[in-house]
Design a protein around this ligand. Structure first.
Ligand code: SF4
Ligand code: SF4
Length: 86
């Protein structure tokens, strides 16, 4: 029947709008973010002679799990993707 359905704020499945990217000028390529990312969204990337990493935007859920592990402040940066497909 017509039971009231009130939105339950706090139980809403949040569609993370934010994502995380690596700021290569700050990243020391320690690889910790890659190890802790539950989505395996961090991939190695060959750049010059350095072994750098990159976050694949389509695989990153923006969960933020990687953020506390990064030893270099600012090397992992949250951002709002320009194209949010819905
Ligand atoms: S925010 Fe989450 S999904 Fe995105 S790179 Fe970090 S740990 Fe992986
Ligand atoms: S944890 Fe930080 S410093 Fe280490 S690879 Fe990831 S972004 Fe770079």
């Amino acid at each position: 029947m017509g039971a009231r359905t009130e939105p339950r704020v706090g139980r809403v499945e949040i569609d993370h709008a934010m994502k995380v990217k690596i700021v290569e000028s700050l990243c020391i390529a320690c690889g910790l973010c890659r190890e802790v990312c539950p989505e395996h969204a961090v991939h190695p990337k060959m750049q010059d002679i350095h072994h750098m990493y990159e976050v694949i935007e389509s695989e990153c859920t923006g969960c933020g799990d990687c953020l506390p592990y990064c030893p270099e402040p600012g090397a992992l940066e949250e951002y709002e993707p320009t194209s949010v497909a819905h």
